[in-house]
Ligand binder design. Structure first.
Ligand code: GUN
Length: 307
């Protein structure tokens, strides 16, 4: 382990009796711990972790996400390097930038904000990033390592969900976990991590027959489809833990998830709100991955339970 978070500290200030599993206090604790790790790297190894963020075009939601990522860097002392490229950038131009960032020893993490404009090839960009700098954990080498059970850089959203479940002391062993959505960025890696934690995992997707029947059997439900209100509140097993990864902007401008929150909340033991739930953990975990990547480059181990 290159970087170990202090789980006891993460659980501090969380209201474990509440039904709402909030990401905000957890993100704050994580960033405070990571700031300590950055301080150690700077004082003892004279290196500041650095994250390069590449945004192509001006997709409005992406601009908000990128701004939040840069802000989180500032809070931890991680150096951020923002590369904003015009919407008509070619794959070759993006690849040339990625090669430069791969070769720059001052850069520890590289993130290409998705989605890329229609004319570009996201997989080609992801595969060009050096796996050791792939802080999104999307490179096939990192996804393969995750499957082999030895992941160093893991996708931020599912890893953030695992941190959240640990901090809220949800015992996953033997639990029936149902993951709805099979994306490369959330559903698939989520299922792998839950299996690693000894849960029994069912993965549902758009061709699943009787989604409702699967959801009704879930002790832990993770939903990542981007389909607003796909999961009805009445489907939730009483006492289940519900993790809503979806985020949709409604016509009135508000944000909402994939789960019918108000009804589900009445049945669940824990439920993550949208916004203020999983999204917070994604950003915090991106910073965790950046610091971990710097530790890996330097060959340093930091255990924040003792630091
Ligand atoms: N677009 C929306 N979420 C993400 C993310 O976590 N990483 C990247 N690279 N793009 C995104």
């Amino acid at each position: 382990m290159l970087l170990t978070l202090d789980d006891n500290d993460l659980s501090q200030n969380l209201d474990l009796d509440s039904t709402v599993m909030s990401g905000r206090p957890l993100k704050k604790r994580m960033l405070a711990q990571l700031a300590r790790a950055v301080q150690i790297l700077e004082q003892q190894h004279h290196v500041r972790p650095c994250l390069a963020v590449v945004q192509v075009g001006d997709h409005p939601a992406s601009s908000v996400y990128v701004r939040n990522k840069i802000l989180a860097c500032k809070k931890t002392g991680v150096v951020s390097m923002l590369h904003e490229l015009p919407g008509d950038t070619t794959d070759a131009e993006l690849h040339a930038l990625l090669e430069r960032l791969n070769a720059d020893p001052a850069v520890h993490g590289i993130l290409v904000q998705l989605p890329l404009p229609e004319h570009m090839d996201p997989q080609a960009a992801i595969q060009l990033i050096s796996p050791s700098k792939d802080v999104d954990g999307y490179h096939p080498v990192n996804l393969g390592d995750l499957m082999a059970g030895r992941g160093a850089l893991e996708p931020c959203t599912p890893r953030g969900v695992m941190t959240m479940l640990r901090a809220y002391k949800v015992d996953l062993v033997g639990m029936h976990a149902v993951v709805v959505g099979r994306s490369m960025t959330v559903g698939r890696p989520m299922a792998q991590m839950l299996m690693r934690a000894n849960a029994t995992v069912t993965v549902c997707h758009r061709f699943t027959k009787d989604l409702q029947e699967h959801v009704k059997r879930a002790d832990l439900l993770v939903v990542a489809t981007g389909v607003h209100n796909l999961i009805k509140g009445e489907w939730i097993k009483p006492g289940a833990t519900v993790i809503d990864v979806g985020i949709t902007r409604l016509e009135d401008g508000s944000l909402s998830g994939d789960v019918d929150y108000d009804v589900a909340r009445e049945r669940a033991r824990y439920i993550t709100p949208v916004p203020g739930g999983v999204g917070q953990m994604t950003v915090a975990t991106l910073l965790e991955n950046t610091v971990r990547s710097a530790c890996q480059t330097l060959g340093v181990e930091i255990d924040l339970r003792r630091a």
